[in-house]
Design a protein around this ligand. Structure first.
Ligand code: PLP
Length: 355
């Protein structure tokens, strides 16, 4: 399929100060759009000026949340090139999400090509200041105009781009997390392993409660027994106990993070023992109290690695690793960001050049 390109007549001014980009607030001049109907399949792929959608108020996505999305980044290297980090994995995961949401799958090679063409059109929007990147948000929404719970017949696939600032402008410091035993994000057999809006809607109330209590993120336990750790905020979670890396096994209610997969692969490459299994929160609290060497960190595209310094579980607040960034947490963060920005070798072939 040929992608039609229509350039914007007027371009927006680019942000003058890349230290003030923030996250998800600025959008570029163009977007990618493509439509689906049962007769034509996915058709009419086009790059065109970024503009609002006009939607009938009865459009199905607005009522039943039938949608999926992805989040990945393009990085400007020190040489000035632009590269993506494991984009094929994001596109592949979007099709897994689509299957669970009864959305027709997209051709993965075509989607990667569309993304590269869009970034090529928007190359001047990829920021270059340290820690900045171009956040990419591919999304598919149900577009039938109909009230009634069923899978839509028609869909829109779009990609928008947003230059984003450094995640740690004040330094790479540990955060405080709150373990909720009152709320669940997802349950096995539900949609937890899909990247779909409902999971994020389900997380808002507990997130607000955590903030009110002075914690940055919620640590989610399993939805059945409320004992086993699943994720932290919108990130996967890792523990290090006496040099062993441990992360909850994928069980259907955890999003299979691409950063998670990369941390596991690096641990294996470095011959560090790494286990995917069920982890009870009490096991971690006990390990810290027994004086073992504990590190906790979240992993995800936005922050890459997010160190945890305090865990609140019930009435107890436990300090992890003297509230300092642990050595393995630091090592994973440095290696991943060095690969993403082209400062280190890429032994796994994770980066995908755009320009
Ligand atoms: C719920 C949830 N878990 C985990 C992750 C981490 O996934 P990734 O490493 O692919 O960004 C994300 C972010 O995308 C997320 O939204």
């Amino acid at each position: 399929m040929e992608i039609t390109i229509t350039k914007a007549k007027e371009l927006k001014p680019k942000p003058a100060d890349e230290s003030k980009l923030g996250f998800g607030q600025i959008f570029t001049d163009h977007m990618f759009n493509m439509d689906y109907n049962p007769a034509k399949g996915w058709h009419n792929p086009r790059i065109e000026p970024y503009k609002p959608f006009e939607m009938d108020p009865a459009t199905m996505v607005l009522h039943y949340g039938q949608a999926i999305f992805e989040g990945l980044k393009a990085y400007r290297t020190e040489k000035g090139n632009i590269q993506l980090f494991r984009p094929k994995e994001n596109i592949h995961r979007s099709n897994s999400s689509s299957r669970l949401l009864c959305i027709p799958e997209i051709d993965e090679r075509f989607a990667l090509d569309a993304l590269k063409q869009l970034i090529t059109v928007e190359k001047d929007w990829v920021p270059g200041a340290p820690g900045t990147s171009l956040y990419i948000r591919p999304t598919i929404i149900a577009t039938d105009v109909f009230l009634g719970v069923k899978a839509s017949d028609t869909y829109r696939f779009f990609i928008i781009l947003s230059p984003v600032g450094a995640y740690y402008p004040e330094g790479f410091n540990p955060v405080k997390i709150w373990v909720t035993t009152r709320h669940v994000r997802a349950v096995r057999g539900g949609l937890g392993e899909a990247k779909t809006p409902g999971n994020y809607a389900a997380s808002l109330y507990a997130g607000q409660q955590a903030h009110k209590k002075g914690y940055t993120q919620v640590l989610w336990l399993d939805g059945v027994e409320q004992r086993y750790v699943e994720e932290v905020g919108a990130m996967n979670i890792f523990f290090v106990i006496d040099g062993e890396v441990i992360t909850p096994a994928l069980n259907g209610s955890i999003l299979p993070g691409i950063t998670r997969n990369s941390v596991i692969a690096l641990a294996k490459l470095w011959n560090i023992p790494c286990t995917e299994r069920r982890v009870a929160i009490q096991e971690i609290i006990d390990a810290q109290k027994e004086g073992r060497k504990v590190e906790i960190f979240g992993s995800g595209t936005a922050a890459v690695i997010s160190p945890v310094g305090t865990v609140r579980f019930g009435d107890e607040e436990v300090t992890i690793g003297d509230n300092k960034v642990g050595p393995l947490t630091e090592r994973f963060y440095k290696e991943l960001t060095d690969i993403q920005y082209g400062r280190a070798e890429d032994p796994m072939g994770w980066t995908e050049p755009v320009l």
